[in-house]
Design a protein around this ligand. Structure first.
Ligand code: CTP
Ligand code: MG
Length: 395
């Protein structure tokens, strides 16, 4: 099979492959980008595999970074892009179920593709757009099946995170899980405990916001993978409720907020669960805000001032969450109202504290109150955002 008219991301990388081929090496696009071009999905980054050793790759390009040189990966900066170029390798002697503790470079593409997790992730594509499919991945793509390359038990023992990747891809791609691959997860789910929470979390979130999260969550439960992710109060209820949701959240913060709302987690305990999953402080803050404003929106139509406080991003998240939880909100009206607010940020006020002091108001908490009152009046349209108007208003 051959792909004509390769998308721009591949075109831009052509000179890199060409340089490697002209120097007598083999070079291919591999991994998710080849899968995604075959599925006509958006391609976010392209990975390259080559028969050249890392030192040889480095000698061929002007700007390189030693990304993971002991594992064979060099990043090449070319044009405005960067490409991870990895020497063909096998991975033997996995010890911690996470990373190869020993990689062996090989001269042969087949060996490299054999070590990969799923047939749909084990394609290679050369410069001419020809697809190399050694494990019938094209059939699996057609039948929309996630199937391990070779022996699934081996693949999961090499890297237990792959079990989470399996359910994540089910959700993202709306694929089903091949029987033996699923059985191997049932038999080995507890290996997931050896993987860092951060890596598990990233897959968990991708599963939660994928387009078929219901089906994927169900398999996540059925295979008992769910027993090997951070434990928290209400986890089992959550996991059984989630597949019943009709839609998938579109954003990571919405996903976590839905979890908190479904579990009725009090706002002051949100950070505990979020921290168990090793979320960043920024993510924790967003989720707390979304849950707060979701409560407000459930209670009454937000005032202009509340809309201002929410900000565009939180508003979109709250709408996302409300939609999925089946709570009717007039999302277009809200977004339009937000867009029509006289100011979107406090810094857009034409006056500030210093202006008020110059007007003779004494610094202190009272000044803050007056400033806030002016802001409210401007936001609600009672007062023009204009220095003279504000001066008159205060006198
Ligand atoms: N645990 C893993 C992770 C990756 N891979 C291989 O390395 C490729 C690139 O990995 P990565 O970028 O993590 O995943 P993608 O499949 O590209 O998915 P995404 O679109 O999310 O990047 C995968 O396609 C697969 O061939 C693997 O075999 N086992
Ligand atoms: Mg990738």
């Amino acid at each position: 099979m051959k792909i004509d008219n390769l998308p721009k991301v591949f075109q831009a990388a052509m000179p890199v492959l060409e340089t490697l081929e002209n120097a007598g090496f083999e070079a291919y696009f591999v991994g998710g980008s080849v899968r995604d071009i075959l599925l006509k999905r958006h391609i976010h980054d392209v990975d390259i595999a080559t028969s050249a050793y890392p030192e040889e790759v480095k000698s061929l390009f002007e700007k390189t970074i030693d990304t993971g040189i002991q594992h064979g990966t060099v990043t090449v900066l070319y044009g405005n892009e960067s490409y991870e170029i990895t020497t063909f390798r096998t991975e033997s002697g996995y010890q911690d179920y996470r990373r190869p503790d020993h990689v062996t470079f090989v001269q042969n593409l087949e060996e490299d593709l054999k070590r990969r997790d799923f047939t749909i992730n084990a394609f290679a594509m050369n410069m001419r757009g020809e697809i190399i499919d050694l494990f019938d991945g094209l059939d699996d793509l057609k039948n929309r099946v996630i199937r391990a390359v070779g022996d699934p038990e081996k693949r999961f023992n090499e890297d237990a995170l792959r079990m989470m990747r399996a359910v994540r891809f089910m959700s993202q791609l709306k694929f089903t899980l091949e029987e033996k691959t699923e059985q191997a997860i049932v038999d080995h789910h507890e290996l997931l405990r050896k993987i860092s929470v951060e890596r598990v979390r990233d897959e968990f979130v991708k599963m939660g916001i994928g387009s078929d999260s219901r089906q994927a969550f169900q398999v996540f439960l059925d295979t008992k993978l769910s027993e090997d992710v951070p434990d928290f109060e209400g986890k089992s209820e959550l996991l059984s409720v989630y597949p019943k949701l009709k839609f998938s959240p579109t954003m990571e913060a919405s996903f976590w907020s839905i979890i908190m709302i479904l579990l009725k987690v009090p706002n002051n305990q949100i950070s505990k669960i979020m921290r168990d999953w090793k979320n960043s402080n920024a993510m924790i803050d967003s989720v707390e805000r979304i849950v707060d404003f979701f409560d407000i929106l459930s209670d009454h139509a937000p005032t202009d001032y509340e809309l201002f406080q929410m900000g565009k991003e939180t508003l979109l998240n709250v709408i996302d969450v409300a939609h999925i939880l089946g709570q009717p909100v007039e999302s277009k009206a809200l977004v339009d109202r937000y867009a029509a607010l006289p100011i979107k940020k406090s810094s857009e006020l034409t006056i500030d504290g210093r202006f008020l002091i110059k007007m003779g108001i004494t610094p202190g908490p009272n000044l803050g109150k007056i400033l806030e009152e002016i802001k409210k009046a401007v936001i609600s349209g009672q007062l023009e955002n204009d220095q003279v108007a504000i001066e008159n208003y205060l006198n």
